[in-house]
Each structure stands twice: as structure tokens, then as C-alpha cells.
Design a binder for this molecule. Structure first.
Ligand code: CAA
Length: 284
């Protein structure tokens, strides 16, 4: 059935499902693609639960929740995402995998469609170069938890056109986010500033300066951060933090970005944060 507003999300992980939810709540027909049925089931379950919570808190009506849920179609075959004016890729943060996914995904763009990536640290310029229309490629970096966080970091690659930036800013605004533009550079702005703080908190823990709880309390109560850097690292995923720090260290070439050995140790042990139920803290 024809629908004025449509888009597709590639990947049903934490970020992909959040992006699907915010577009659906703004009336977009969303096709959410993932190769893993379990990820799609889990994503639909999470979205349903969050919408029900919003209804219970009287933030949205039961009708609005039902409509949003109905607008999301989980799909297991890329061919089923149709033709879209906007596709947001939120696949795993592996450069080669992203390139492969983007090359396939671009076939499902409308003639003037825009392909956006939610990458947190892979070069937009590099990913754009792997596509047929690098001028219509852009970074659309959402923040976790996506339904709550206001920011979309709109990252312009070397080849991204002004028109692509303008349309991406308009989409982000339409779904209730606040877009902020920046240029492609390792870590963009968000992670270039955030990750050294998280890394330093891990060094402080490693050096025995204080317990994890004390480090987080100092930053929460003294700096008014909503959560401490170690709890935030657990939320983001310790593997993701390590990956971003490695990008900063390699691409900016400065020692100050070297990942803390304790972070590496946790990742090697499989303590990845909330998603593995253990990181700097334990989770039920
Ligand atoms: N999904 C959806 N909604 C969520 C949620 C989740 N995972 N977690 C909390 N919420 C909602 C709650 O339902 C609640 O909604 P209402 O206001 O409608 O009731 C609201 O958020 C506040 O939640 P709580 O009262 O339970 O807890 P809180 O006030 O401590 O807020 C928080 C939780 C929003 C996560 C807050 O602690 C926070 O803002 N933390 C910092 C998050 C942050 O920095 N994120 C960016 C990470 S970096 C990143 O994502 C990008 C990258 O590249 C690494």
C-alpha cells in the first residue's frame, strides 16, 4: 500500500530499534531489516513495551501507540525494504561489514534518496566512497536511549552535498530531534569529547583512585551528569567504547587516546556492560 512517508532502518539492535520507533511515532512507515529473526523479535518486543510504558504514563494515547507499532514492519530479506527516500544504516560497527551492507542497501534508495549511517566512529568519507552516490551519503548519529536523547549529530563527509545536509536536518527535526552539524573527523565531536572522559574514569579505577561507585558519584553529583562515566560506558557497551578509542588513537595518532588496559581486559573477558549483564556493574 502506498504511504507518503516511509523509510528503512538496517539493523534491529539497540540503536536500530530506537530509530525505527522514533520515525514510526512521527507517522513514518518503517521497514526494519535484520538477518537475525531473534533480533527482530526482540526489537518489536522492546518497542511495544516502551510504547505501552508511554501510554501508562499518559505521554501518548493508546491509539498513537497502536498506530506507531503498526507502522513498523520487521523484514528478514533486504529485498523487502522496498524503495525509500531515506535509509538509516545501524548495522554492527565493523567497517568491512558496513561497506558490504551499504553497497547492497543503496539499491533500495529512491532516485534522489539519502543513505545515512548511524556509525559512532567510522569515517563517513570512507563509507561514502564505497557507495555510488557519495554526495547523498551522510552520518545521522543518534544517541542511546534513542527515544529519549534529543541530539542527532549530523556528520558531513567530504563528498556530502549541501542538499543532503539540509534534507537530513529536516528529517531529524521532523521526528522531534535536535540536529547539530559537524564535519567528518575521527570520533566526530561527541565521541572525541566523551570517550577520553570515560577512558580516564577507567584509568582512575585501574589506579585504585576510588571505587566504580565513587567515581560515578563524583561525576554525577559534582558535575551534574545524569549518570557516571562507568555506568555510561556499560550502557554504550565496553566493546563499542574500546572500538571508538582505538579509532581515535589510530587516526589522531596521539597517546592521550590510548585505551585503558583495564577496558581491554573487560572486553576480553566478555564483560561488555548492560548487554552482557556485567561490565563495571552487574545487571539483572
Ligand atoms: N529506552 C527508552 N526510554 C528509556 C530508556 C531506554 N533504554 N531508559 C530510560 N528511558 C526513559 C524512561 O522511561 C523515562 O521516561 P519518562 O520521562 O517518559 O518517564 C526517562 O527515560 C527517564 O528515565 P528514568 O527516570 O528511569 O532514569 P533517568 O532519569 O536516570 O534517565 C537516562 C535515564 C535517560 C538514560 C539518563 O540517565 C541519561 O540521560 N543518561 C545519559 C545517557 C547518555 O549520555 N547517552 C549517550 C550515550 S553515547 C551514545 O549513545 C553514542 C555513541 O556514539 C557512543
Amino acid at each position: 500500500m502506498a504511504h507518503d512517508k516511509c523509510m528503512a532502518v538496517i539493523g534491529a539492535g539497540t540503536m536500530g530499534r530506537g530509530i525505527a520507533q522514533v520515525f514510526a511515532q512521527s507517522g513514518y512507515k518503517v521497514r526494519m531489516f535484520d538477518t537475525m529473526p531473534a533480533a527482530l523479535d526482540s526489537a518489536m518486543g522492546t518497542i511495544k513495551k516502551l510504547l505501552e510504558k508511554a501510554v501508562a504514563k499518559e505521554k501518548i494515547t493508546a491509539d498513537a501507540a497502536r498506530q506507531a507499532l503498526e507502522l513498523i514492519t520487521p523484514v528478514r530479506k533486504l529485498a523487502e525494504i522496498g524503495t525509500n527516500p531515506l535509509i538509516v544504516e545501524a548495522a554492527t560497527e565493523k567497517p568491512d561489514l558496513k561497506v558490504e551492507v551499504l553497497k547492497e542497501t543503496q539499491k533500495h534508495l529512491a532516485a534522489d534518496g539519502i543513505l545515512a549511517t548511524n556509525t559512532s566512529s567510522i569515517s563517513i568519507t570512507r563509507l561514502a566512497a564505497a557507495t555510488d552516490h557519495p554526495d547523498r551519503f551522510i552520518g545521522m548519529h543518534f544517541f542511546n536511549p534513542v527515544p529519549v536523547m534529543k541530539l542527532v549529530e549530523v556528520v558531513r563527509g567530504l563528498q556530502t552535498s549541501d542538499e543532503t545536509v539540509r534534507r537530513t536536518v529536516a528529517w531529524a527535526t521532523e521526528v522531534g530531534k535536535t540536529p547539530v552539524e559537524c564535519n567528518d573527523h575521527p570520533g566526530f565531536v561527541s565521541n572525541r569529547v566523551l570517550m577520553p572522559m570515560i577512558n580516564e574514569a577507567i584509568f582512575a579505577l585501574q589506579d585504585g583512585v576510588a571505587t566504580a561507585e565513587a567515581i560515578d558519584n563524583i561525576m554525577k553529583l559534582g558535575m551534574n551528569h545524569p549518570m557516571g562515566p562507568l555506568a555510561l560506558a556499560d550502557l554504550i557497551g565496553l566493546d563499542v567504547c574500546l572500538f571508538i578509542l582505538e579509532v581515535l588513537h589510530r587516526d589522531l595518532g596521539e597517546d592521550r587516546y590510548r585505551p585503558c588496559p583495564l577496558l581491554r581486559k573487560y572486553v576480553l573477558a566478555g564483560r561488555l556492560g548492560c548487554k552482557s549483564k556485567q561490565g563495571f556493574y552487574k545487571y539483572e
